[in-house]
Design a protein around this ligand. Structure first.
Ligand code: SF4
Ligand code: SF4
Length: 188
């Protein structure tokens, strides 16, 4: 019986304490805001969605190597001997066709480790934090300016160049082996 009345007392006391807290907050300034109609100003060093200015990217891969979660994927093709890809805004010569530059924002942990090593400062954190989506695939952001056809054409060109180089190397080795064989025969 004693236990029964103690439970009733505790229930009433708990409700009164809770109501007291609610009442106290009725007369203090609200800390909530009417988001998305009202938005807080972000701290100047806040880290949000990444952006890459591809005009300044030299495809050096430093950002991808620094990423602790491997969410940056870059594919490069070397520019041809006579090809001029221009220079970046800080004067670095561009020597690579960056045919793929994807960042998976679903994996990104906003550490900014990719931002600091970039020699041309072209990968940056933007103030954009409103990119929630129902489809995870939408969080894979493509930055390369090459179309799928252009990228494939460059891959094909690269394959051919590498095959030609390998064939030339093999022919050179073969010629050297034949020359050595000939010399051996002559000496004997
Ligand atoms: S912010 Fe960090 S996790 Fe995100 S892409 Fe850059 S290095 Fe990777
Ligand atoms: S570090 Fe900068 S220049 Fe190098 S690949 Fe990354 S974004 Fe491009």
């Amino acid at each position: 019986m004693k236990e029964y009345f103690r439970n009733i007392y505790q229930a009433i006391a708990t409700i009164l304490i809770g109501m007291g807290v609610t009442l106290r907050h009725l007369f203090t300034r609200a800390v909530t805001i009417q988001y998305p109609h009202v938005k807080r100003e972000l701290p100047s060093r806040s880290r949000q969605k990444l952006f890459v200015n591809m005009d300044d990217c030299i495809g050096c891969l430093q950002c991808a190597r620094a990423c602790p979660v491997d969410c940056i994927t870059i594919e490069n093709i070397k520019a041809g001997k006579d090809e001029d890809l221009g220079v970046t805004s800080n004067g670095q010569k561009k020597r690579m066709h960056v045919i793929k530059f994807d960042i998976d924002m679903a994996k990104c942990c906003y550490c900014a480790d990719c931002v600091f090593p970039c020699p041309t400062e072209c990968i940056t954190m933007t103030p954009d934090y409103e990119f929630a989506t129902y489809d995870r695939g939408d969080l894979l952001v493509h930055f390369s300016q090459y179309s799928a056809e252009e990228a494939e054409a460059l891959r094909e060109r690269d394959r051919k160049e590498k095959a030609a180089l390998a064939a030339a190397k093999e022919a050179k080795l073969k010629a050297a082996a034949q020359a050595a064989e000939k010399k051996d025969k002559k000496d004997n």
